[in-house]
Design a protein around this ligand. Structure first.
Ligand SMILES: Cc1cc2nc3c(=O)[nH]c(=O)nc-3n(C[C@H](O)[C@H](O)[C@H](O)COP(=O)(O)O)c2cc1C
Length: 170
């Protein structure tokens, strides 16, 4: 199995989660974990599982305006477009997929980048292998809440067992 994990991250927390998911998958799969700015323009035929994640900004995936806000507060990881723009640029893609996000533990606000990304991938033709998953940060710029790295690794491990190969929801 070959898995591709694409993440966006402003302050590094989603990056840490993406890397832990990649470690969880690595027991079963060959894994590439890539920042969205380096993500491929198309999904190669040998990818069996696509995992996409980003920070929740203003109740959903980030936009240019929210990323500008984050960068004005010392965010340093993703410097270009986010997963919203990358997903839009992908076009139809029939592959097993899963999505995740990070958001604040408190206050617990509605909305989720992972849910937005999942909707997009489903419409693009992906089969979602599990519900969108959220991992929590203690404050706007982190750190991750205790135990979230381990939970992400376990989630990655479970994803591998949920994938039955390249398939379409249509
Ligand atoms: C502009 C902006 C908007 C945000 N909006 C939300 C939100 O609606 N809900 C939430 O729980 N967290 C929100 N957050 C907190 C982010 O989810 C948090 O910064 C992110 O999970 C950290 O991940 P990162 O280090 O990978 O960027 C927001 C943060 C920023 C910078």
């Amino acid at each position: 199995m070959h898995a591709l994990v694409v993440y966006e991250s402003m302050y590094g927390n989603t990056q840490e989660i993406a890397e832990a998911i990649g470690q969880g998958l690595a027991g079963t799969a060959r894994v590439d974990v890539v920042e969205v700015g380096s993500a491929p323009a198309t999904i190669a035929d040998d990818i069996d599982l696509l995992v996409v994640g980003g920070p929740t900004h203003a109740f959903s995936m980030s936009r240019a305006t929210t990323r500008r806000d984050a960068r004005s507060e010392q965010a340093t990881v993703s410097s270009g477009d986010g997963i919203r723009e990358w997903l839009r640029s992908l076009g139809p893609v029939a592959v097993a997929a899963a999505t995740f996000d990070t958001k604040m533990h408190k206050p617990r606000l509605p909305g989720s980048a992972a849910r937005g990304a999942a909707r997009h991938l489903k419409h693009a033709g992906c089969r979602l292998v599990t519900r969108p998953e959220t991992f929590y940060v203690a404050d706007k710029n982190g750190p991750l809440v205790d135990g979230e790295i381990q939970r992400a690794a376990a989630w990655g491990n479970r994803l591998a067992s949920l994938v039955g190969g390249r398939t379409s929801s249509r």
